[in-house]
Write a new protein. Structure first.
Lengths: 235, 218, 218, 235
């Protein structure tokens, strides 16, 4: 079952204006650089993007914002981006801020076929407005939870370290973050990997995302992997 | 009066051997530097790591290895990576023993506001709402008063809330307090700070019970 | 009339290139032996494996490698192991293209009963209820009539249900049928079996539309 | 943070009569052999066991049944066990049969702090009796789901292939099955491993269960790893 395709351009062929996309990554760590570049090149517009962050001015989803391709962001944190701020204040861009754990778990729910999940995050805050609140017993105490819906995204664009031709994925370090759940959640999932190997080369015990969740896979090129906050200590 | 390092040092004394700890951005991050020698704790970073180590040596930064503040970091032996769903799964199921985070306002019923200032660009709550909603033990590192001298320990938060009735303890430049059904309870004074000063700087209900000792920091 | 192998062979023709398939215990397991050469499919075993291979050679059994029927198996290149939560996660989210399982009774509205006979020791439903509740395409391999000659394709199942309105297609020793809003629709006859025989063996509503071809099984 | 203890006897010290236990494994594959042996030796009684299966007559949970230690089994499939059948028919043993995916997901819910989950498994069957049924839209069609509660178990007993002194666990093959979710779900989790290594020897990218979920870990002895259905083919 070979899911290999040539490159990002081919991978995103089916992505059209006004679709909903998930994009993996935390900050600039583990983002699908090749797919983002191809989306910018293609120029699709009116996109709703589900991604933890919105990139920086000249990298990541920031590149798509710069081309006015994004209609709405669903994120947990969107700092570090002046163009984002400008579009938000001017009303060009819609933003829905949700707790980071809610974002992750709504992806998990989609991938695991759960229509909704309950989380205590946001109870009693403006995040709870318009949402069902329900009490459950936790450790013998009644606690309030919000009902949150599984995401429904046309495409998930994820980045893994290694992958095989069957679509099995392995991540490295904290570049894993949202990528596995988004890979499981997309109606169509595109995985770009630093190294694509033949089926059978990855240890089946080490697969983070089984290929059944992945529709297209390709080996990315020219990864920049930009560091957002370079912090070091002296020797 | 404590500086930021002082607040971090005082909070470090709250950490017990064997704790899994999540440190927020800002003063909480500093706490890692003052954990008593010989104590075995594990730092959780909600972007998917247990066993966070110090910043890397220059030239050894790894773009695939960052903390929840997007800073380059290292790992310690015995660490584990996982995805964001599991990360918040362990937070929600209260496996993290202690969460330390900053705040703009705290109420005397334990409400916390730390993510949004109306009229200013809103960057988002990140993982803060998840952390405060689930943590079994939350310590807040914050300034007792703002630059205008107004108290940030209130009867009721004025800023949009991050969580309700969740804060257990507060360490400020002036004092250590915990939250009781009767309001803030003063536990310790910062070196050189009088009970009167703390009283004046606290808008919410404040319980002062007997002699209030001065903090001991290293 | 088909034997078990015949049923398995006929079902194998329903499998399309690129399918992820879950095979139940019994006749469905046999289907794996008749998948057309050159077709690329992946077998899911709900105890935590994608890429199930044939039984091991004697002496190469691995106790850590079994299928959902607890039989020793092998894996094929490109396989992946996972836990039971993810396994049923991918089943619930309809990533498995085809589920083939046995049944004791099926109703003409697609209800299925295959886990419990009142009065007999009940062993449990295993993963069957999860599979039938979520699969986008379910083919049932079953006997058309029981040993007493009574139909098992019914207006209404008499045995406790495993799932409601979920079966899409049935292959028996006598026929291939699918489930429509109007009831069972006869698609193919087994070699040598007449439409009349199938009619007599089917208690539920049966649609016979035009000439019914005989099955082609290599 | 060293979680190592000497052996199974020490590990189960806190397990008392009438507690609820989770036991990992599928059939006899990946079961906590050492912990079961220690429970049999200790003789605790009145246990509620959450486990996919009940072992066979002379192995696995069957050994505990033989000593009349189990009050109730919560399982998805309990065949292959004559003593089990005898106790069930005589009314000595209570059994709650639930779908396998429901079992797995109720463990996941506990480990992930979700009070309930919704699943379509069992809708319209006797499994649904007394449970909340709720409709949600799935792929544009309304579908019914059952609300199922997270499990609450005093102890989880799991078996991994490798583990380290911090409690990090790695599984092998299909011996993984229910073990990871149960490890995450137990109020106290005991892990027995075939090989216990110092912290730092396991690749942090390959950990299946992070040590935060594990309270005690020990290296097991004398693993029999019995095969329930030996099926082979000719060379």
């Amino acid at each position: 079952m070979n899911k290999t395709i040539a490159n990002a351009e081919e991978a995103i062929k089916g992505i059209e204006d006004n679709m909903t996309l998930m994009l993996g990554g935390f900050g600039l760590c583990g983002i699908p650089e090749n797919c983002i570049a191809a989306l910018v090149k293609k120029g699709v517009k009116g996109l709703t993007c589900i991604a933890n962050n919105a990139g920086v001015d000249d990298f990541g989803i920031g590149l798509m914002l710069h081309k006015h391709q994004v209609k709405k962001m669903i994120s947990s944190y969107v700092g570090e981006n002046a163009e984002f701020e400008r579009q938000l204040l001017s009303g060009e861009l819609e933003v829905e801020l949700i707790p980071q754990g809610t974002l992750a778990t709504r992806c998990l729910a989609a991938g695991y076929g759960m229509p909704v999940i309950y989380t205590p995050a946001g109870v009693g805050t403006e995040v709870a407005i318009g949402k069902e609140v329900r009490k459950f017993m936790v450790d013998g105490v009644e606690k309030e939870f919000l009902m949150e819906y599984a995401f429904d995204a046309d495409y998930a664009l994820v980045k893994a370290w290694k992958g095989d031709t069957q679509g099995n994925l392995i991540f490295r370090g904290t570049a894993r973050n949202f990528n596995p759940m988004m890979a499981m959640a997309g109606r169509t999932t595109i995985a770009e990997v630093e190294e694509l190997v033949p089926a059978g080369e990855l240890d089946p015990d080490h697969i983070h995302v089984p290929g059944i969740y992945v529709h297209h896979i390709f080996q990315g090129v020219n990864y920049e992997k930009r560091i957002e906050q370079r912090t070091v200590r002296k020797r | 009066m404590l500086d930021k390092v002082g607040i971090a040092k005082r909070i470090a004394k709250e950490i017990k051997n064997g704790y899994y700890v999540n440190l927020g951005i800002g003063i909480p991050t500093l706490v890692a530097n003052y954990i008593p020698e010989g104590m075995s704790i594990v730092l959780q970073s909600e972007n998917g790591l247990l066993g966070m180590g110090p910043f890397p040596f220059e030239g050894e930064e790894n773009p695939d290895l960052i903390n929840a503040g997007k800073q380059t970091i290292t790992i310690v032996p015995g660490s584990a990576f996982f995805d964001s769903a599991m990360s918040f799964g362990m937070i929600r199921s209260r496996k993290v023993d202690l969460t330390i985070l900053g705040a703009m306002e705290v109420s005397d019923t334990g409400d916390i506001a730390n993510w949004k200032i109306p009229g200013k660009m809103v960057k988002g709550m990140g993982g803060a709402m998840d952390l405060v909603a689930s943590a079994k033990n939350i310590i807040v590192a914050m300034q007792h008063v703002n630059k205008a001298g107004e108290s940030k320990l209130l009867t009721r938060c004025e800023l949009p809330l991050t969580g309700v009735g969740c804060v257990k303890k507060i360490v400020t430049e002036l004092a250590v307090l915990d939250i009781t059904p009767q309001g803030f309870r003063l536990l310790e004074r910062a070196p050189g700070v009088s009970v009167e000063e703390i009283k004046n700087a606290t808008e919410g209900r404040l319980i002062i019970d007997g002699d209030i000792p001065e903090m001991v920091i290293d």
